[in-house]
Write a protein that binds this ligand. Structure first.
Ligand code: 13P
Length: 252
């Protein structure tokens, strides 16, 4: 049985003071509502310390949205995994489509970061997903397979328990256009099948696969009802407790 894992990717939103207020409100509301899913929030780097402080004593996980592929050194403007761990960050999102498209991150670069995160004892949410053009030209499976093989290169079977995959079709992100639960489930089934081929059926069955792309309170239940959808990576609707609470309590 895979435990539902719902995450809020704040992207470039929320100052430290706004993040702290939000986090305190979320922790209280989640506890009062009896939310029993695994919950994660990923604030911008500078907002992380305030959020970690506000979530002390709560089981909500704090993640980073990115990190550098080196341990330390002359990389101006970058953040190393050790710095994140020192703040209490356990998890990092890697390969988000916004980083792939705006900052030209490729699978090899994402893979270097992923291997370093594992070496540093962190958990990773690896994002994969196709553009509309790729989907319409019948390349969905090819794109997903390339991103999985490239992103997970040299990852050992025993490390797969630290990996979550987020399927985020690029055309559904921030557009209000969600993949249908059936489309999402079939992409998730393909991803699980690829992981079974790369590793084993057992690892594939245990793998948590989140769906991301315009998830909200109205569509979360239908998505989560699908066999292969184990969680959600939520952008816009994670930015207020009012919108995020019904998502993390979709099963209540
Ligand atoms: P939206 O929920 O705003 O579509 O964003 C999805 C996303 O990119 C989460 O990482």
């Amino acid at each position: 049985m895979r435990k539902a894992y719902i995450a809020g990717n704040w992207k470039m939103n929320m100052t430290p003071s706004a993040g702290a207020a939000y986090a305190a409100e979320l922790a209280k509301a989640a506890a009062e509502a009896g939310a029993d899913v695994k919950i994660m929030v990923a604030p911008p780097f500078v907002t992380i310390p305030a959020v970690v402080e506000a979530l002390r004593g709560s089981s909500i996980i704090v993640a980073a949205q990115n990190m550098n592929d080196h341990k330390s050194g002359a990389y101006t403007g970058e953040v190393a995994p050790e710095m994140l761990k020192d703040l209490g960050v356990t998890t990092v999102i890697l390969g988000h489509s916004e980083r792939r498209s705006y900052y030209k991150e490729d699978d090899a670069f994402i893979n270097r970061k992923l291997l370093l995160a594992l070496e540093e004892g962190m958990d990773v949410v690896l994002c994969v997903g196709e553009t509309l053009e790729e989907r319409e030209s019948g390349k969905l499976e090819e794109v997903l397979s390339t991103q999985l093989v490239g992103g997970l290169k040299d990852v050992k079977a025993e490390d797969m328990e630290h990996i979550t995959i987020a399927y985020e079709p690029v055309w559904a992100i921030g557009t209000g256009r969600t993949a249908t639960p059936e489309d999402a489930d079939s992409a998730h089934a393909f991803i699980r099948g690829q992981i079974a081929k790369m590793y084993s059926d057992d690892i594939a069955q245990k793998l948590i696969i989140q769906y991301g792309g315009s998830v909200n309170a109205s569509n979360v239940k239908a998505l989560m009802a699908k066999e292969n959808i184990d969680g959600a990576l939520v952008g816009g609707a994670s930015l207020s407790v009012e919108k995020f609470l019904p998502i993390i309590t979709y099963d209540k």
